[in-house]
Design a protein around this ligand. Structure first.
Ligand SMILES: Nc1ncnc2c1ncn2[C@@H]1O[C@H](COP(=O)(O)OP(=O)(O)OP(=O)(O)O)[C@@H](O)[C@H]1O
Ligand SMILES: Cc1ncc(COP(=O)(O)O)c(N)n1
Length: 267
């Protein structure tokens, strides 16, 4: 019997439902992947920003991981918000026991501009977790923090993707250009080839949770056995539809629409 596609997200929460664990689980469900979650921080946030944060004690993060890992098999997992070195350490120790695909979304700052990880976490993220990853998905500001280089152009993005693989040890890097002016272009470097994924830039302020939703969609497609470049292309189609049809709700940057892809899917 074929295994049931299953995926795990290890991340922070968003009670307004647009980002973090909530976005990840909606995306897994939408893509017919059994979704599981380990919560690292409870974040009081909405479309306008972050109001408060409570970090889950490290022993409880470890216990959540043990509970899932000892019971249900999964083909892929992702990490999102890992707020400090203690949390990163707890996660690193448990995931080093896993032999499945690891997608790391190096979450640092929200769309609204709030910082989600401490300054002293950045080196840990780059030096300990990143080399464990099958794929890391930084946006341009995150790629700048990882590489220490200024990234303004698509050439800079491609250079950063190569550097993240060859110098910092991820198996593959997807540098996202949601922050570029006229084109939404992302570059995937898999250690051998550069792949380009491009769409027109959609003029909307509703981009709360785009990074979370995109990396969750990649994780779901990988759990189903897609190749890396197919998983990214399928996820790019998914996130583009979700942004195009995003919800104009809330007083700030509205959330993406995870069921938008249904209308566009041809099968
Ligand atoms: N306005 C947009 N129109 C079309 N695609 C977009 C737009 N904004 C982002 N994207 C795409 O959405 C995906 C998520 O990218 P993005 O770089 O925005 O993630 P992020 O920066 O982690 O999230 P955020 O921008 O919310 O911080 C990428 O494929 C990116 O190209
Ligand atoms: C718990 C949590 N994790 C990540 C993000 C980033 O969201 P975005 O995808 O908009 O950068 C967020 N706002 N909250």
């Amino acid at each position: 019997m074929k295994p049931i596609p299953a995926a795990l997200t290890i991340a922070g929460t968003d009670p307004s439902g647009g980002a973090g664990i909530q976005a990840d689980l909606k995306t897994f469900q939408e893509l017919k992947t059994y979704g599981m979650s380990v919560i690292t921080s409870v974040v009081a946030q909405n479309t306008t920003g972050v109001q408060d944060v409570h970090h889950i004690p490290e022993h409880m993060i470890e216990q959540q991981l043990k509970s899932v890992m000892s019971d249900i098999p999964f083909q892929a997992f992702k990490t999102g918000m890992l707020a400090n070195p203690g949390i990163m350490d707890a996660v690193a120790e448990k995931i080093s026991e896993l032999n499945v695909l690891y997608i790391m979304d190096p979450v640092m700052v929200t769309t609204s501009g709030d910082t989600l990880i401490s300054e002293d976490s950045r080196d840990y993220l780059r030096d300990i977790l990143l080399p464990m990853s099958t794929l890391v998905t930084p946006n341009m500001p995150e790629a700048e923090v990882i590489t220490g280089e200024k990234i303004d152009t698509s050439e800079d993005m491609q250079q950063a993707a190569k550097q993240i693989v060859h110098e910092f040890g991820a198996d593959a890097a997807l540098v996202k250009g949601g922050h570029l002016q006229d084109e939404a272009v992302d570059f995937l470097y898999d250690g051998k080839m550069m792949h380009t994924f491009s769409t027109e830039r959609i003029n909307t302020k509703n981009t709360h949770g785009t990074g979370c939703t995109y990396s969750a969609a990649i994780t779901a497609y990988l759990s189903q056995g897609c190749t890396l470049s197919d998983a990214v292309q399928n996820a790019k189609d998914f996130i583009t539809a979700a942004i195009r049809d995003s919800f104009p709700i809330g007083n700030g940057s509205g959330p993406t629409n995870q069921w938008a892809h249904r209308a566009e899917r041809v099968n």
